[in-house]
Design a protein around this ligand. Sequence first.
Ligand code: FMN
Length: 273
Amino acid sequence: MDTQKDLSATDRCDRDIFSISELFHENTKLRRTPDGLVLGGKAPPSTPEVHYALRHPWKRYASTARTRLPRPLDPLRTPIELVIRSRQSVREFSGTAISFEQLSYVLDLSYGTLGETLLDDGVAKRQRRVVPSAGALYPIELYPIVFQADGLQGGVYHYQPEENSLECLQLGDLHSTVNEMFSYPEVVAQASAVLLLVAIFQRNRFKYGERGYRFILLDAGHIAQNMYLVATALGLGAVAIGGFLDDKLNEFLGLDGVDEAVVYSVAIGCPLV
Ligand SMILES: Cc1cc2nc3c(=O)[nH]c(=O)nc-3n(C[C@H](O)[C@H](O)[C@H](O)COP(=O)(O)O)c2cc1C
C-alpha cells in the first residue's frame, strides 16, 4: 500500500470537509453549462432595484453635525511612479497631528466622487468614484476615527461621499479605548487616525448573491491601496491592519456585525523619523 499517497488523501479529505474558505470559494464559482448559461451568480440585468442601488450607494447620518471637506484641493505633484515605488507600511508614528487638509486628501482621493455619469437607460445618473467597485454598487462605507488632526476635533466620523463631508458620530479622545480593539495596539497608539472600512453586505448581495462577498473584500483592497498611495504622496505613513477585534469595533460603531461590519482598517499618521 502506498502510505504516502494514503496520508495525503486523508489530509486532503479533512481539508475538503473542514475548510470554510474552500467550500465558500467552490460554491461561489461561475460555471458555464452546455446550454451556454452561466451558473453560480445571481446578477440580474438592469432592474429598478439595481438602478436604485446605483443611485444611492451611501449611508447618511441625517441628524449629525457635518463638516465639509475642502474642495477643490490643490493637485498633488509627486509623480505616480515615485509614489508607487515609495509605498511601504509604516508602523511607527510620531504621535503628532496630521492636518484636516491631509485627511481630506486621503478620504477624497481614496473613496470620493468624480461627477455624474448616465446609467444605461440614458436618463438616470450615478456618481463616478475614484475606485472601481463590482457593479458600481460601492458596498463599503468609511468611518475615520480621528485622534489628532489640526482643524478637526478628535472623534468618530462617517465619510459621506455624496457631499464630501464628515458626519460626526462621537467626539473625544478615543485613543486608549480604540487601541485595545486591535491586535497591535502599539501601532494604533501613535497614529493620527485609523480609517475603518465597513461593508454593508446586502448592497451587492442582492445582485451577486454569495459571490458578492468576494467583491466586497476586493473593493476594500482598492480603497486601502489608494489610502496608502495618497498618504505616501503627502509624506504621511500608512499601514493596513487586518488584525482587529471585529465585534468590539462593530459595537463601537453601533453596527450589528452581521448586516454591516468592519472588514479592514488603515492607520495613518506622521512617520517617526
Ligand atoms: C490584508 C492585509 C492585512 C494586513 N494586516 C496587518 C496587520 O494587522 N498589522 C500590521 O502591522 N500590518 C498588516 N498588514 C501590512 C503587511 O504586513 C505589509 O503590507 C507587508 O508586510 C508588506 O510590507 P509593505 O507594505 O511595507 O510593503 C496587512 C496587509 C494586508 C494587505
